[in-house]
Design a protein around this ligand. Structure first.
Ligand code: BES
Ligand code: ZN
Ligand code: ZN
Length: 482
């Protein structure tokens, strides 16, 4: 992994003397009256193309001299991030690389609010992404002149964070081991002005035995990344991300078709890095802490064995009945550490279970929390943010299914409900069970791909989490701590 492999699109410019193509955003309710005011040639083009002001529709309007003059863009009644994406895709496909360099695009702002423009800018940025660092041929992307009144930090932040997650997850595991993941964390911390430390070797072995046990199987040594940002007096929010750079399953080896996807098992870490970058860029008034246990779950003579028992940081002994349930092990010690300074909120992100996918499919992260109010708020806010998460219960009667004959707890549950077992297991590692804690069991991958959201590594729940934090801790709409 090199620095340039983590580069994200920067498709915005303050102003430009280049030839400008106008983008005219149109909503169904005002389209008729708008059309009446246009000249006969444009009206004819609209009719011929059967263009209507709906999401996914657009019309390239050429001058009589054959130059691209403007593009009509249909919008949803409630504007979506993705309204602009099919058009950006078409611009990139139709225009040559040199035309992309020679032109700039500018949105006509008459009938659209600053909040809606933000959605269009972000959608534009996401549509400019491609993971081409391993490809010989690379195409450019179209440049948009910043519309007036848009929150640039937020728009740029959302583009960067989402594309950073894509890059981190898409990078093959041979170039994204614990060392490279740590380097990425260092670069995010540096960019935002956070203070970072990395725990490894002997210190990791003594203080984070579960992280060490999983990571010890690999030549690529494990570590725990810990960075802190913001004012000490602001509400403390700690993000924990599962950084399993490749999950073979360990000695309980995964079958090929499941192992095939496992470069993405550091998706939780990618999420917390993306979210942290966004929080720092938009200067959310919180004291942020990021914890990433970074390991590879490998097969070797040093790999831990089914039914080994290890004493965790919190002191409870864990029977490691399945070496493929490794994510919860590394998170457990990190969650214990997080809870030691009694923060206002702990949020963890992890590609933890296949069971969460069976329940909710690829797109919807399962959300577990010990605070019902957070569950409700997050569910609602995530819908608004077009990044749905859905609550599942921390059903206490299932705790007994995690009983071990010889240790304090087992790392797998007997019976069904694997995602719930994962959540319940993690909860037992909070030093104080009253600390607000959210666990998001995520997929971190876009299966089919659509304009604005490439197939491959993807954000699932990161924006929902940001929107929640912004609402709860942001400057304008502050809500009290419970
Ligand atoms: N990384 C996997 C979970 C996973 C698999 C997430 C596929 C997304 C897609 C995790 O480490 C794992 O293997 N979990 C096991 C747990 C089981 C052994 C209790 C699972 O879900 O099968
Ligand atoms: Zn696993
Ligand atoms: Zn895993």
């Amino acid at each position: 992994m090199t620095k340039s492999q983590l580069k994200t699109p920067a498709p915005f410019i303050a102003s430009s003397k280049k030839t400008t193509v106008k983008i005219i955003p149109l909503k169904a309710k005002s389209f008729k009256s708008w059309k009446k005011k246009q000249d006969a040639a444009l009206k004819a083009q609209i009719d011929q193309a059967g263009f209507s002001a709906q999401s996914g529709r657009f019309l390239f309007h050429y001058s009589s001299g054959g130059h691209l003059e403007s593009i009509l863009l249909g919008l949803s009644a409630k504007v979506s991030y993705y309204d602009i994406a099919p058009m950006v895709k078409e611009i990139t496909a139709r225009l040559s690389s040199s035309a992309l360099k020679d032109l700039v695009f500018k949105v006509e702002q008459d009938n659209i609010s600053a909040d809606e423009l933000l959605l269009l800018c972000v959608g534009w940025g996401w549509s400019c992404y491609s993971f081409d660092s391993y490809k010989k041929t690379k195409k450019g992307y179209p440049i948009l002149v910043w519309p007036k009144g848009v929150d640039k930090a937020k728009a740029e932040g959302l583009v960067h964070s989402v594309c950073l997650i894509r890059n981190l997850v898409n990078t093959p595991a041979n170039d994204m081991g614990p060392k490279e993941l740590t380097a990425a964390a260092r670069s995010v911390a540096k960019e935002g002005g956070a203070k970072i430390k990395v725990i490894s070797d002997k210190d990791l072995k003594t203080d984070f035995p579960l992280v060490f046990t999983v990571g010890d199987s690999s030549e690529r040594r494990p570590c725990l990344v810990d960075f802190v940002w913001g004012k000490e007096t602001d509400p403390k929010v700690t993000l924990v991300g599962k950084g399993v750079c490749f999950d073979t399953g360990g000695l309980d080896l995964k079958p090929p078709r499941f192992m095939l996807q496992m470069k993405k098992d550091m998706g939780g870490a990618a999420h917390v890095l993306g979210l942290a970058a966004l929080i720092m860029k938009t200067k959310l008034p919180i004291r942020l802490r990021v914890l990433i246990p970074a390991v590879e779950n490998a097969v070797s003579g040093r790999a831990f064995r089914p039914r080994d028992v290890v004493k965790s940081r919190i002191g409870q002994t864990v029977e490691l009945s399945d070496t493929d349930a490794e994510g919860r092990l590394i998170l457990a010690d990190a969650i214990t550490l997080a809870s030691e300074e009694n923060p206002d909120l702990i949020m963890d992100f992890a590609t933890l279970t296949g069971s969460a996918r069976s329940a909710l499919g690829y797109e919807i992260p399962a959300c577990f929390t010990n605070n019902d109010k957070i569950a409700g708020d997050l569910k609602k806010i995530s819908y608004e943010e077009e990044d749905q998460v859905w609550p599942l219960p921390l059903w206490k009667p299932y705790l007994k299914e995690l009983n071990s004959d010889i240790a304090d707890i087992n790392n797998i549950g007997a019976g069904l409900g694997g995602a719930i077992h994962g959540g319940l297991f993690l909860e037992t590692f909070l030093r104080d069970p009253k600390i607000d804690w959210v666990h998001l069991d995520i997929f971190s991958w876009e299966m089919s791909g659509k304009p604005g959201r490439t197939k491959g590594g993807a954000d699932t729940g990161m924006r929902a989490a940001y929107a929640y934090l912004e609402k709860r801790f942001g400057k304008t709409k502050k809500t009290k701590k419970k």
